[in-house]
Design a binder for this molecule. Sequence first.
Ligand code: CAA
Length: 398
Amino acid sequence: MTPSIGIDAIALAVPQGYIELSELAEARGVPPGKYVEGLGVRRMAVAQRWEDPVALAANAARRLFATSGQDPSRVGLCVVGTETAVDHSKPIAAWLHRLLGLPQRARVYESKHACFGGTAGLLTALDWIASGSAGGRTALVVCTDIARYELRSAGEPTQGAGAVALLVSERPRLLALDPSVSGSYSKDVDDFWRPLHRKEALVDGHHSVQCYLDALEGAYGAWKEANAAGDLHAPLARRCYHVPYGKMARKAHRHARQLDGLSEPEADATFAAEVAPSLALPAEVGNVYTGSLYFALASLLHAEAAKLEGARVGLFSYGSGCTAEFFAGRVASGAGALVKSLALDAPLEGRRRYGVAEYEAIRAADAEADPSFAGVRPPTRPGEVAFAGIENGRRIYL
Ligand code: CAA
């Protein structure tokens, strides 16, 4: 019998500071209700130039090993999902290899498909373990991103930053994923993209919302067929969606539950129980692109793991461009106690609140493609990795 495979531990990393979106709304001359109720966003993490996607990824992964009791020397596969890579050739996974002390006998690389890159890594890790290639080793999947749109654009309040590290193993202690019951959907669309020379993404905002919903319909339909064929009848007690902003998850859930045959009011009535607990942590950091779905999962487990032991959770991952997957897993017995010891929300404690002028200055200081500030020691928290600029063409991490 194939052993269960899935997510054994999770850890998060976020930048040191954030901006309150009601304050940004006032500065932009927009009613705060549009951001807070209309988009369902509250705070947005703002990355300083030393908090780049490599540093965020390393900090999430270091925290993963420190809190989970797992050993980096047992990792045989490390995949980093990102759509804000720092180099066109060298993957973030290569820096992680050194910064985490991963074994030389490991496969490490980066995966890109907009916000889907981390899910691609997770599904590959499952297959790698299920195939027997892992030989008892674990896989490390890290989702790391800094979501940037032009200042004063419609996308501005839906930015964010952070990283999520997932340890994938046999007999996982958090979430055993349903093997081979998955629904995929792909289509070539122009909803969101970032040309190579740009730090800020370009987006056809309203079209992107429709593309997301179409992809959800396709992937969810495929999952339901696979689920029925697999004879897995246990209902989904909770659902986590990709969260570019809170309202999108609400729209997604309404659509999915209507596809289940519920009327709009009936579908909306299930939101508070089935989805809301997964949106608390995303509301603190904003969009983390590849990491957003897994911030939602961390939020759900942080709030309800003990109550959900044995229950099924559905997961929807969407990557613009586009590709999507609906899949599910079962919360492991003992997950409640483990989640307590992982202290998933600890990285959000003690953050600084930036004002709008400070946020704009941080963005201006981080506008250069290849910043060179070597010699200046970044003011990081103790034990954290920081990007220390470019020296002799090479990125320096302290
Ligand atoms: N009080 C309360 N609500 C208000 C309000 C007020 N004063 N004023 C407006 N609203 C409501 C509107 O009614 C609307 O609600 P509904 O969506 O329920 O109709 C909501 O606020 C947003 O209003 P608009 O549609 O007018 O907002 P906008 O045109 O300024 O932009 C956006 C919204 C298109 C999402 C924009 O923020 C954007 O482009 N974001 C980036 C793209 C994105 O996140 N797309 C998501 C799908 S793609 C994806 O998921 C990949 C990814 O990570 C990027």
